[in-house]
Design a protein around this ligand. Structure first.
Ligand code: F6P
Length: 357
């Protein structure tokens, strides 16, 4: 059976992309006789510009533990690729033409929400598409976990652990601002795993006075320091009253990050020395965790199995312990945010962690 498989990594990078690429390739070579893999450079940019090359089987060796992506990435939002702008370039048409030019049987797109929206669109247009759910944000609808999340969580937890010792020594309030613009999974889980005292996430707008109350309570109990795990997209109850567009504009116009602003506020109001730490892209770098290596490989194997059957138009997913798939038409464009009654939110509240709400 001959299969020509295109593969690209969309959106931002994360640990586990190479493990997933390797999983698709190795399982495809194992299960089908005549497989050709075409690597598309820099995600959707390469598909739009027609930059691709046939890959050799040996290129998929030695990459399991490698962070980032051997194919490269370049952010191309759904809006950018799907709309014809002032430059009059029809990028959807270009992507479809290059798919034909490559002579693909299918295209495997590794990506987060934006990439999945484009995957859904290309699938609607009749291309054979499979999506693999990657993002450190863990906010893709239809899968329990995305690959990249656990690796980033380990790093974010390590950051909080390290902050703990210096916070305790100096008797400071430390705000650790963790990636997660719309979804707070990473700040929530790292906060829980790292023993934070306050967790602030976009899904639960916070009251700054309640943050102060939590800090003061720690002081009164003789703790001497406070750790706050804050998502980069967290905002106050006051800001929650604004329209989403206005709120986002206000937040991105601020020269300070949310964590820096909060640390300054706490120091001013309490007189306690406060600092903000922004690990930023560090949580997205480096080698995938053992969990992500296995998850990415299993996602890749499942994609190869669908390719062998010629069954397309899905995004691979983890449900419980099973790897399965969802129709792209059902999941593309939907996010998975932290629900109010999330089990980890409840557990955090049960041990006295404040969400300042
Ligand atoms: O979607 C993953 C993510 O790391 C977000 O958590 C973060 O807001 C964003 O990407 C950062 O994007 P960039 O790498 O383009 O700065």
């Amino acid at each position: 059976m001959k299969r020509r498989i295109g593969i690209l990594t969309g959106g931002g990078d994360c640990p586990g992309l190479n493990a997933a690429i390797r999983g698709v390739a190795r399982a495809a070579y194992e299960s089908m006789e005549d497989v050709e893999i075409i690597g598309i450079k820099d995600g959707l940019r390469g598909l739009i510009d027609g930059e691709y090359r046939k890959m050799k089987p040996e290129e998929f060796s030695g990459i399991l533990t490698l962070g980032g992506t051997i194919l490269g990435v370049n952010r191309q939002s759904f809006k950018m690729v799907s709309r014809i702008g002032e430059d009059k370039i029809d990028r959807v048409k270009l992507m479809m033409e290059h798919y034909e030019e490559m002579g693909l049987d299918c295209l495997v797109m590794l990506g987060g929400n934006g990439t999945h929206k484009t995957a859904g669109l290309l699938s609607e247009k009749g291309l054979n598409i499979l999506g693999l759910p990657k993002t450190i944000d863990n906010d893709l609808y239809g899968t329990d976990v995305t690959f990249g999340f656990h690796s980033a969580l380990n790093i974010a937890t390590d950051v909080i652990d390290r902050i703990h010792t210096t916070a305790a020594s100096h008797g400071r309030v430390m705000v650790v601002e963790i990636m997660g613009n719309k979804a707070g999974w990473l700040a929530l889980y790292a906060g829980m795993a790292g023993g934070a005292d306050v967790i602030l996430i976009p899904e639960i707008p916070y009251d700054p006075q309640k943050v102060l109350k939590a800090v003061k309570r720690r002081e009164e109990n003789g703790k001497g320091f406070t750790i706050i795990s804050m998502a980069e997209g967290a905002y106050t109850k006051e800001m929650a009253k604004l329209k989403k567009k206005d709120r986002e504009a206000q937040m991105s116009a601020d020269p300070l990050t949310v964590g820096q602003r909060l640390a300054i506020f706490i120091q001013k109001e309490t007189g306690l020395e406060s600092r903000a730490v922004v690990p930023g892209h560090i949580v997205r770098g480096g080698s995938p965790s053992a969990y992500d290596r296995i998850l990415s490989t299993r996602f890749g194997i499942h994609a190869a199995e669908l390719i062998r059957k010629g069954d397309y138009g899905y995004s691979i997913a983890l449900k419980g312990t099973e790897i399965t798939h969802n129709p792209l038409s059902e999941i593309a464009g939907k996010s998975k945010l932290v629900p109010e009654d999330d089990a980890v939110v409840k557990a955090a509240r049960a041990i006295g962690i404040s969400f300042a709400d």
